[in-house]
Design a protein around this ligand. Structure first.
Ligand SMILES: *[C@@H]1O[C@H](CO)[C@@H](O)[C@H](O)[C@H]1NC(C)=O
Length: 159
């Protein structure tokens, strides 16, 4: 079931992609010395709208999340853990899916430094919290694609 979803999602992604653009690398390669979660989301909504919604949600969750910069195609932020000590870098890279008028988002959260290697889903939750709190998980065409390889702690994350 999951495989079928993933396959159709990939097809959707491919069909939505302009032939002029190189195919995006779906997931960042995890650095073995950093706790990283990479995930991809698809939306049937233009990237400008998705970007605005995510940026507003980041600001609404201040000071836990801090917005560093936001454009329709890229967002940078950071997240401070409840202990107040560990900080994670968050980046979103948005690409319009030309044919469907939607948006494909590559999101990444990574723990700075060596300490959070077994992060219990922290980096996944950093990302997921933004799409769920903003209601984007309920928006048309929403789909999340990741796995334990691309996203450390994905399997055990309880957000
Ligand atoms: C997080 O981002 C904010 C806003 O740009 C910045 O002031 C702060 O120094 C950053 N924190 C860390 C630990 O990088």
């Amino acid at each position: 079931m999951k495989t079928v979803l993933l396959a159709s999602a990939l097809l959707l992604g491919l069909f939505g992609c302009s032939v002029a653009l190189p195919l995006p690398v779906p997931f960042p390669y995890p650095d073995p010395y950093q706790a990283v979660c990479g995930t991809m989301w698809l939306f049937a909504t233009p990237c400008a709208e998705i970007s605005t919604t995510v940026a507003k949600q980041i600001q609404a969750l201040s000071p836990e999340y801090m917005l560093i910069s936001a454009t329709p195609l890229a967002i940078k932020a950071n997240h401070t853990s409840p202990d107040g000590i560990s900080v994670q870098d968050i980046t979103f890279s948005l690409s319009p899916t030309i044919v469907t008028g939607g948006c494909r988002v590559s999101a990444k959260s990574s723990s700075l430094g060596f300490t959070g290697l077994l992060d219990g889903g922290l980096n996944y939750c950093n990302l997921h919290k933004l799409v769920s709190a903003s209601g984007l998980t309920l928006s048309p065409g929403y789909m999340e694609m990741t796995n334990e390889w691309a996203c450390l702690g994905y399997g055990m994350a309880k957000c």
